[in-house]
Design a protein around this ligand. Structure first.
Ligand code: HAM
Length: 415
């Protein structure tokens, strides 16, 4: 397997199904509609939007030339793609604001480690076409409802503002002034960041840089009145809705397209790795050739959520139907069994089998392994008598029922 990639195996199905089920349910309740964009986009889309001087684009993007000579990238994130799709299909015409959600694989050529993969999955929510603070908080609520539905109890919402075209330049100058005399103590990457993208200095996880960051100026002291009012409105709504939060005045996020609100959500069991991140991106439309249009969104890392659930002792929330196991003894019965299995499935009964095994003992063992509540047994004698045997797998009690009563008796037995 290619380094940093991973398989999702059948044994993990309950976890993934829990996330998908929760995601679709929360999206439905919050009125988000499904959108899916291609895994391949032009590399230029992410260079312009996420930012050429971010780690995601500069170091981590899978970029290659197609046989036709087009420079493309495996998508490292989806906000830029959603905005591209919005502009290309004039989606604002159909709904304003447009509320969409997505899930799927993303690719970043990072150093593989726990909670950080080169291929990972995100579930995201985006609201395009409205700049009101109510939508910043709607996104935060969708993310938290998703995580609360999975029974997380230890979440921390960290929130900050990153200003706009008017106030950010002043803050950038202040940061440069602060870091100028400390440049020799910064890591190699941060020395580069000092020149290319000084806000990124606040994102560095190197212990030395983290220490220097502690005393760095905070943007809240430099926000213009519009950004200040917006941030205040967001915090007021957060408090009105009893959402616990922690202001983090140095939170900047690793993508350049944000303005005003930015936030991340953490679980105490996976410190240092955010389960979700997002914010407002009112300039993104213009950056990629559209008209000015405010938007806000967030995405959650699905592998990280599963890891955090496991570390927290949480269990999958998916509720599976009780199952019946169909056992056929002999060639005749095997041939006849599909008809009965179909009848059960069409009646909404989850029906398993291991028809490849010949003996009753081996098939009963399978039924036990799969924790089936009931088994339906069909042998030569039953075919002749037009009956089946229903066996309670817990007590071992068996009863013979006419085939016409199969569905009714199985349903009753599974209750
Ligand atoms: P992001 O913070 O880069 O934001 O990613 C969102 C989430 O994806 C992270 O909080 C994390 O849970 C997960 N994630 C990111 N990288 C990895 C990785 N290498 N391995 C495993 N999980 C990872 C974005 O991608 C933005 N597009 C979010 C957004 C949507 N902002 C506005 N709308």
């Amino acid at each position: 397997m290619v380094k940093g990639m991973h398989d999702i195996l059948p044994k993990d199905q309950d976890w993934w199904e829990s996330l998908f089920e929760t995601g679709w349910s929360v999206a439905g309740l919050h009125d988000f509609n499904y959108i899916e964009t291609p895994i391949l986009e032009t590399a230029a889309l992410f260079e312009a939007s996420v930012g050429a001087a971010t780690d995601i684009v500069d170091k981590e993007m899978y970029v290659f030339k197609t046989k036709g000579g087009e420079r493309v990238a495996l998508r490292p994130e989806n906000t830029a793609s959603v905005m591209r799709s919005y502009l290309e299909h004039h989606l604002g015409y159909f709904s304003s604001p447009l509320k969409v959600f997505y899930c799927g694989p993303f690719f970043r050529y990072d150093k593989p480690q726990k909670g950080r993969y080169r291929e990972f999955h995100q579930w995201g929510f985006e609201i395009l076409g409205d700049g009101d603070a109510v939508y910043d908080v709607s996104i935060i609520l969708a993310v938290l409802d998703f995580l609360w539905s999975l029974k997380f109890k230890d979440l921390t919402l960290k929130i900050n503002a990153v200003g706009c075209r008017i106030c950010r330049p002043t803050y950038r100058t202040k940061l440069k002034e602060y870091y100028r005399s400390r440049k020799s103590k910064l890591c190699k990457d941060c020395v580069k960041r000092y020149d290319n993208n000084v806000l990124r200095l606040l994102d560095c996880k190197e212990p030395g840089c983290l220490e220097i960051k502690k005393e760095a100026p905070i943007i809240l002291n430099y926000l213009c009145s519009s950004c200040n009012n917006h941030f205040r409105a967001v915090l007021e709504l957060i408090e009105d809705n009893d959402i616990p939060y922690e202001p983090d005045p140095h939170l900047v996020r690793g993508l350049d397209y944000y303005n005003k609100t930015v936030f991340e959500v953490f679980s105490s069991k996976l410190e240092g790795s955010a389960l979700a991140g997002g914010g407002r991106y009112d300039y993104l439309s213009e950056i990629i050739g559209g008209r000015p249009m405010p938007a806000v969104g967030a995405a959650m890392g699905m592998e990280r959520i599963i890891e955090a659930m496991q570390e927290s002792g949480l269990v999958p929330t998916v509720k599976r139907k009780k199952k019946v196991f169909f056992i056929a003894i002999g060639e005749e019965a095997k041939k006849a069994s599909l008809k009965f299995i179909n009848e059960l499935r069409r009646a909404g009964i989850r029906t398993l089998e291991s028809l490849g095994r010949k003996s009753l003992k081996a098939q009963l063992k399978s039924a036990d392994k799969h924790k089936a509540g009931l088994s339906v047994i069909l042998g030569q004698k039953e075919i002749f008598e037009e009956s089946v045997i229903i066996r309670d797998m817990k007590t071992g009690a068996q009863e013979t029922v006419p085939v016409g009563k199969l569905v009714e008796r199985v349903k009753k037995g599974l209750k």
